[in-house]
Design a protein around this ligand. Structure first.
Ligand SMILES: Nc1ncnc2c1ncn2[C@@H]1O[C@H](COP(=O)(O)OP(=O)(O)O)[C@@H](O)[C@H]1O
Ligand SMILES: [Mg+2]
Length: 192
C-alpha cells in the first residue's frame, strides 16, 4: 500500500520559561492509504503534538512531514482535524459553524443549496439534526464535540486526524458516532 502520511525523523522542541523542552524526538511514522492508525501513550507523551504537526498547525523543529508526497507546511482541506477540546465559534449556531468549514472547501464550486445540504447531512450524521439552530452555549460538551466531528467529516478530507474526539461523549453516543463515521459516505478516504 502506498504511504499517504510520512513522518521522517521529526523533532519538536518547545521554548518555555524554564528553557527548551524536547516533546518529540526521532519520530518516524508512515500511514498507508486506507489504514487506520491509533496513537496510544500516557498523558503528556506527545500525541497531540504529533497530530498538530501532521495537521500543519505547527511546524517541527526538525524532520520532514509529508502528505501525499507533499511537504506539510500549513493546514489543508485534505487533512481534517477534530480537536481534543471542541473549538466552535461561540457567536454562530451549530449549522453556521459547520457551514463555515463546508464553504471553505466547496464554496467556490457548489451552490448555496448544495452547501446547505452538505452541512445538514453532516450534522444529522452525528445526531445533531434537532439542534441545528442552537448556539454553543446552549448545548452540552459532548454535543459541541459532535459538531466538531461533523465539521471535519463535512469537508470530506482524505485523512481524518482525531485527537481523543470521543472523550467528551457518553458511551452510547460514542458508539453511534463511531459507527456513523465508519459507515458514512462522508467517511474520509485516504486517496491521493
Ligand atoms: N506549546 C507548548 N509549549 C510547551 N510545552 C508544550 C507545548 N505543547 C505541549 N507541550 C508539552 O509537550 C508534551 C507533550 O504534550 P502533548 O502532545 O499535549 O501530550 P499528549 O497529547 O500525549 O497528552 C507535554 O509535556 C506538554 O507539556
Ligand atoms: Mg493530547
Amino acid at each position: 500500500m502506498k504511504n499517504f502520511i510520512e513522518v521522517q525523523n521529526a523533532e519538536m522542541v518547545f521554548t518555555t520559561k524554564k528553557g527548551r523542552f524536547h516533546a518529540l524526538r526521532e519520530i518516524d511514522l508512515t500511514v498507508a492509504k486506507g489504514e487506520f492508525v491509533t496513537l496510544i501513550g500516557h498523558s503528556g507523551c506527545g500525541k497531540s503534538t504529533l497530530l498538530n504537526l501532521i495537521g500543519g498547525l505547527t511546524l517541527p523543529t526538525s524532520g520532514v512531514l509529508l502528505c501525499a508526497n507533499r511537504e506539510i507546511a500549513a493546514p489543508g482541506p485534505e487533512r481534517g482535524v477534530v480537536f481534543q477540546n471542541h473549538s466552535l465559534l461561540p457567536w454562530l449556531t451549530c449549522f453556521e459553524n459547520v457551514h463555515l468549514a463546508v464553504e471553505r472547501v466547496f464554496g467556490p464550486t457548489e451552490s448555496r443549496a448544495q452547501l446547505d445540504a452538505r452541512t445538514q447531512a453532516a450534522l444529522e450524521l452525528v445526531g445533531m439534526g434537532p439542534a441545528l439552530q442552537k448556539q454553543p452555549h446552549e448545548i452540552s460538551g459532548g454535543m459541541k464535540q459532535r459538531v466538531g466531528i461533523a465539521s471535519a467529516l463535512a469537508m470530506e478530507p482524505k485523512v481524518l486526524l482525531m485527537d481523543e474526539p470521543f472523550g467528551a461523549l457518553d458511551a452510547l453516543t460514542r458508539a453511534t458516532c463511531t459507527t456513523s463515521c465508519s459507515r458514512s459516505s462522508h467517511a474520509p478516504r485516504a486517496q491521493s
